[in-house]
Design a protein around this ligand. Structure first.
Ligand SMILES: [Fe+2]
Length: 162
């Protein structure tokens, strides 16, 4: 096991937990603005991030790596609009995608096939994550300041199932 590679995987596990925290803060923002559908969407997203973190935790545990919980930064709860919140979510997902790719590159360089196989799932998942959030951002951009549009969009976001 390459120590540096596994420290970086541990770092990513922490980041996945922190992603949940960031989305919980976005859910709190949405709740304060009475966007109940968006609140639900962000809560579901947070739940998914915990699942991502647990995948890393289980993998690290299975490989006998001593996991560390590094602490989190304060998460932003003030946004000017739903669009701004979802744009921040998209930027966050792009950052995560970049991290996963860097980890994959490192696993290839270190010839760690197990880590490459493990990361495959995340490579696919990030395509979906960016597409989902990106589509919300694109629709919100079209809606602009239309109150009707925003209410309809919020309602649709409230129907998210996983
Ligand atoms: Fe994630």
């Amino acid at each position: 096991m390459d120590k540096k590679l596994f420290e970086n995987l541990d770092e990513q596990m922490n980041m996945e937990y922190e992603s949940a925290y960031i989305y919980k803060a976005m859910a709190a923002y949405a709740a304060e603005e009475d966007w109940t559908g968006s609140e639900h969407w962000f809560n579901e997203q947070a739940r998914e991030e915990i699942m991502h973190a647990e995948k890393f935790r289980n993998f690290l545990h299975d490989k006998g790596f001593k996991i560390s919980f590094k602490g989190m930064q304060a998460a932003k709860t003030d946004y000017k609009s739903l669009l701004e919140a979802f744009q921040a979510a998209l930027e966050h997902e792009q950052l995560i995608t970049n991290n996963i790719k860097k980890l994959y590159k490192e696993a290839v360089e270190k010839e760690d096939y197990e880590v490459q196989v493990f990361l495959n799932w995340f490579i696919e998942e990030q395509v979906e994550e960016e597409a989902n959030v990106g589509s919300v951002v694109a629709r919100l951009e079209k809606i602009g300041d239309s109150t009707n549009g925003l209410f309809m969009m919020d309602k649709a976001l409230g129907k998210r199932e996983d």
